[in-house]
Design a protein around this ligand. Structure first.
Ligand SMILES: Nc1ncnc2c1ncn2[C@@H]1O[C@H](COP(=O)(O)OP(=O)(O)OP(=O)(O)O)[C@@H](O)[C@H]1O
Length: 765
């Protein structure tokens, strides 16, 4: 990459007709309905009926942002939204980015006291969105975070029995289904950013549809019973009045609509403990700025569609006049030009991954000293998934005086979140997309063009607090050539984890599940086969005890199996440590101008057996110096990465304790056991050395190369196991360790010979 590009914003960008709409629509409706306060709705059990409205009863801190709320375009549509929600079981709401869907619609429901019989869940594809939105909405509602408004994301829960409105990742809602199969605790589920079509959202769509139908049927059945009982009671009493209302009748009495009893709530008897359990209809609301509303409405049983017009502030969109050969360089130059030539406001730059972010962070940091004297200072804030939450949170802090914040983000900043201060967005037009070839079982992670929908979402990160600007580092023709939407993840991913969750949620026949887009049959069969080989499914395709245990962990099934095996081989401490470390992309940093020194430093930790034990050595050394940051710097260790791994480790240890597994059982120096555990989960990801020095995978007979970043790069060992088989520029294996070839056939009870299933599982059920 060079800095000598001819790219300049003035020359390179044309004012685009894609400029995003007129100035904000003002909000006509000024009055909020009073909020009310049912108790403990997100805890299991029978919710307490609503108390009379009292907006301030639960506001233990002052409400904030009231005037801003009322200026949001969505506020003008408040009554229409509430009417649609009351009249329809499912509603699709489409409104511009920043118009107020995510923060306001749940509050409308709260304030209008519609969620009488349970809580409100708002799902987000990403944890950073869930946590920041909950924080903002708690401020608006005037409640400490975790009380009336809270969030639940993997490894972090800020909710309590008094939480009425909860932001959570779609993965966490899937987990809640395991313990509360009909999601009784919720009255409303809002599926936000539904256009993203992550694997989990797609699975959730199908599960929620089924839950909604079941609950509706239960309400109807219970209602019929109630009528029969009432008629019998009245007949027995002659012409006297109906029986004095007991708890059931008074609950039902609240639902009398125009003389008929509505079917949206009824008491029923829980089969498990014979205690009365309140059943109420589940309302589903699907939201996004960029989705195919008709398609979603058709899938959700002809849901009502609402389009809410207007955005708060305009965003001027500029496209590059010429194609850019190096988007990273273009982003570097453009950001400095904005900084030195444009007015105040922070900059958000979309890049594809941690490595690119760290490269640009370094370039910009080095350039700080060269800024003109009169220019403001710059503060660079990275934002990517593997960054520890505390570091991620820094992007939400205002920049110090006379400083411009430059946020370097992956597409975790693409949807949903408001990053305060952002006025300029630089869109490189690319992202890293995961793919999966189910024929050969190879995953790929390639840099690809984004979709138009993603480009619009990126644009929408500006214009949320004031007029904004979006510079697309690609031509308008390139924009026009983009696909409208990205291919749903379910059509391009390994489905083993999703199938395990479906099975754990009681879906027997995953081939016939009601998918919005049906994945290829081969991909589903592969997932079933993989779970069978891990002994998570039995010969009939039903979940085994082990499978149920594995579904408890927020881990890919292969890692859950490794952890399970660690109990027998008595090395749970080491396995938890290594799995946590594997959740980080790069544990070592290797700046290109200091590669040799970095390699030398890494050699201190290297285990001759490969990456897994090398990571363990690294953690032990880090613990010995008590996480000294200077030590990390001197040894080219990614301190942020290790901190993130330690967070994951803490949480995994907690889950282990919860399921009765002692996380403190260690194998000491007998580290072969650790690798044997990994073979138990990854026997299908092993390869044998060939006479010519190459490696051939045991399953699929693919020639694979050890990734240059692996400690076993260029080494010749009898057999290897790997955590990832990834096509980038070539077919590489990553996360590699040396193993004994005879461990492979022993590793799976369902495999007799290498790569040969003992018998085909009954895949259709
Ligand atoms: N953390 C925050 N700091 C400052 N303003 C915020 C914050 N969160 C929300 N806002 C304000 O509330 C507005 C509405 O945000 P909200 O997330 O509800 O919009 P949205 O319609 O859901 O957007 P998107 O489609 O992009 O998710 C923002 O445009 C911004 O003005």
């Amino acid at each position: 990459m060079t800095n000598s590009t001819k790219f300049t914003p003035k020359k390179a960008f044309a004012n685009s007709p894609a400029s995003n709409g007129p100035p904000p629509a003002s909000s006509p409706n000024g009055t909020g309905l009073p909020s009310t306060a049912p108790a403990g709705p997100l805890a299991n059990g029978k919710p307490t009926p609503a108390t009379p409205s009292d907006p301030d009863k639960y506001a233990t801190v002052p409400r904030q942002h009231e005037a801003e709320r009322k200026r949001l375009p969505i506020y003008g549509a408040r009554q229409a939204i509430l009417d649609a929600i009351q009249r329809n079981a499912s509603v699709v709401i489409v409104g511009e980015t920043g118009s107020g869907k995510t923060t306001q619609i749940p509050q409308f429901i709260l304030e209008a006291d519609l969620a009488k019989y349970g809580g409100i869940a708002v799902t987000q594809p990403r944890r950073v969105a869930a946590t920041s939105l909950a924080r903002r909405v708690a401020e608006e509602v005037g409640t400490p975070l975790g009380k009336r408004v809270g969030y639940t994301v993997r490894f972090d829960d800020k909710s309590s029995p008094s939480t009425k409105l909860k932001y959570l990742t779609d993965g966490m809602l899937m987990r809640e289904i395991l313990s509360d199969p009909l999601l009784h605790r919720y009255n409303y589920i809002l599926l936000d950013e539904a256009h993203e079509r992550t694997l989990r959202t797609d699975i959730l769509f199908g599960m929620l549809k089924e839950i909604q139908q079941t609950r509706r049927q239960m309400c109807k059945d219970r209602k019929a019973q109630w009528y029969r009982r009432r008629v019998t009671d009245e007949a027995r009493r002659g012409s006297g009045p109906p029986a004095e209302a007991n708890g059931t009748d008074s609950d039902l009495g609240e639902h009398v609509v125009g003389g008929a009893v509505s079917t949206d709530a009824a008491e029923t008897i829980s089969a498990s403990n014979g205690q009365p359990r309140f059943v109420h209809e589940l309302k589903i609301i699907i939201m996004s700025a960029t989705l195919d509303a008709e398609r979603f409405a058709a899938y959700f049983d002809h849901a009502k569609i609402l389009y809410v017009a207007g955005r708060q502030f305009p965003v001027r969109v500029y496209n590059s006049l010429e194609p850019q050969t190096d988007y990273l360089d273009a982003a570097f130059v453009a950001s400095l030009q904005i900084h030195t030539e444009q007015g105040p406001g922070d900059i958000l730059i979309f890049l594809t991954g941690q490595e690119e972010i760290e490269t640009l962070e370094k370039l910009l940091t080095d350039h700080r000293a060269l800024l003109p004297r009169d220019a403001a200072d710059i503060l660079i804030c990275p934002l990517f998934a593997a960054l520890p939450p505390a570091q991620q949170a820094k992007v939400f802090n205002p920049a110090p005086p006379n400083t411009r914040k430059i946020i370097l983000a992956t597409n975790i900043a693409e949807t949903s979140i408001t990053l305060p201060g952002i006025r300029y967005v630089l869109d490189t037009g690319v992202h890293k997309a995961r793919g999966y070839n189910s024929k050969v079982g190879i995953e790929s992670l390639l840099v690809e063009p984004i979709s138009k929908s993603s480009a619009r979402q990126r644009t929408g990160r500006a214009g949320r607090e004031a007029l904004g600007f979006c510079y697309r580092l690609y031509t308008e023709d390139s924009f026009m050539a983009l696909e409208e939407d990205s291919v749903p993840e379910i059509l391009r991913c390994n489905l083993a984890a999703a199938v395990l969750q479906l099975k754990a949620a009681g879906v027997r026949d995953v081939l016939r599940f009601d998918y919005m887009d049906r994945p290829p049959k081969l991909a589903l069969l592969r997932a079933l086969e993989q779970l069978y080989s891990l002994a998570a499914l039995d010969d009939t395709g039903a979940l085994t005890k082990l499978g149920t245990w594995m579904a408890e962990f927020p881990l890919d099934p292969c890692y859950a199996k490794v952890l399970y095996e660690s109990r027998a081989l008595q090395c749970t401490t080491e396995i938890i440590d290594i799995i946590s470390l594997l959740s980080v992309d790069n544990l070592f940093v290797a700046p290109f101008h200091k590669r040799e020194e970095a390699n030398e430093a890494r050699n201190k930790f290297i285990s001759p057996d490969g990456d897994h034990l090398t990571y363990l050595n690294l953690l032990r050394a880090y613990q010995a110096v008590k996480g000294d940051i200077r030590w990390c710097h001197e040894n080219y260790v990614n301190a942020r990465g290790i901190q993130h791994a330690l967070e994951v480790r803490k949480q995994l240890r907690q889950v282990c304790t919860r399921v009765g597994m002692d996380p403190n059982v260690s194998c000491g120096v007998d580290l072969d056991r650790v690798l044997q555990c990994f073979v138990a989960g990854f026997f299908h990801q092993t390869a044998l050395l060939q006479p010519d020095g190459t490696y051939k995978s045991v399953i699929g007979s693919q020639f694979v190369r050890i990734h240059p970043a692996s400690t076993l790069f260029n080494s010749r060992r009898e057999a290897i196991l790997f955590n990832e088989l990834v096509f980038t520029t070539k077919l590489y294996v990553r996360g590699v360790s040396a193993i004994q070839a005879n461990w492979i056939p022993e590793a799976s009870p369902n495999y007799l010979k290498r790569g040969q299933p003992k018998s085909k599982p009954a895949l259709s059920s």
